[in-house]
Design a protein around this ligand. Structure first.
Ligand code: ADP
Length: 249
């Protein structure tokens, strides 16, 4: 425990009074540590690609590489810039959620938004020859469009990214009394049991050696969004078989 102790003593008539104020600072200290870790982690995550990007730019600037080689390197530079942009966007989204900055509440056609998001990813779905099975109701929902788009995007992106070639993604979106239930299941790498609770923590990535790019912020953002709408997210998974996320709002 981190305690702050203050004593004040007074002398009144014949008796001594001592007032002891003990303040528990554990939460504040923990919060400071989380912030310190967050900044050092985020700084490191950005420093590496910036250094690599600068190295590539110098190779081109000094004409150490030219022609098709330079073209190849510039493609890598675009990928690095995209990664950094995604990382910064995710950090801004998290900070927006943590500081309770809300956009306007609008009526959202969830089915349309889901289909638009799938359309946005159609190239990566095709590239991996993934089959998508949909069981989606017409549902309208009062919410912030930025939140719901981000929720669908992050869940679908993971289901593609961690899926196998020729795998399947099954999506159910149903209204059940006054609850909305969204289930997304893929036939991919799966998540080891010991990691299943931790995947919602920011920057947590299962087995860093996996080659898929990512920031480790996607599910932390989804969990924040789900909490904002007083909902609940859970995961079930068997390694190399399936991963199934259920969101109830
Ligand atoms: P990112 O995908 O950027 O690493 P996320 O927060 O979205 O970050 O996910 C955290 C981790 O959870 C991922 O690194 C991955 O190991 C695991 N994960 C998330 N979704 C899936 C999924 N559908 N199948 C297997 N593993 C997953």
């Amino acid at each position: 425990k981190n305690l702050n102790v203050n004593t004040i003593s007074t002398e009144q008539s014949k008796e001594n009074f001592v007032l002891v104020i003990i303040e528990d600072l554990t939460d504040q200290v923990q919060l400071q540590n989380v912030k310190k870790d967050f900044f050092s982690y985020a700084g490191h995550e950005l420093k590496t690609p910036i250094t690599v990007l600068r190295g590539y730019a110098e190779l081109i600037q000094h004409e150490i590489i030219t022609g098709s080689e330079a073209k190849e390197v510039s493609t890598k530079m675009v990928e690095l810039a995209d990664y950094m942009k995604g990382f910064v966007d995710d950090m801004l989204m998290l900070s927006r959620l943590e500081t309770f900055v809300d956009g306007p509440i609008e009526t959202i056609d969830l089915k349309k938004m889901l289909l638009d998001t799938l359309d946005y990813y159609h190239r990566s779905i095709q590239e991996k020859s993934i089959k998508v099975e949909l069981n989606v109701d017409d549902i309208s929902f009062e919410g912030d469009k930025i939140d719901i788009t981000k929720l669908f995007k992050n869940m679908i992106e993971n289901a593609i990214k961690y899926n196998k070639e020729q795998g399947t993604i099954k999506i159910d979106l149903k209204r059940n009394l006054n609850q909305i239930v969204f289930v997304i299941e893929d036939t991919g790498l799966g998540i080891p049991f010991k990691d299943q609770d931790r995947v919602f923590e920011r920057f947590y990535r299962v087995n860093e050696v996996r080659k898929e790019p990512g920031t480790g912020l996607g599910l932390a953002i989804v969990k924040h969004i789900v909490n904002k709408y007083h909902g609940h997210i859970s995961v079930e998974s068997v390694e190399n078989e399936f991963t199934k996320f259920t969101i109830v709002i």
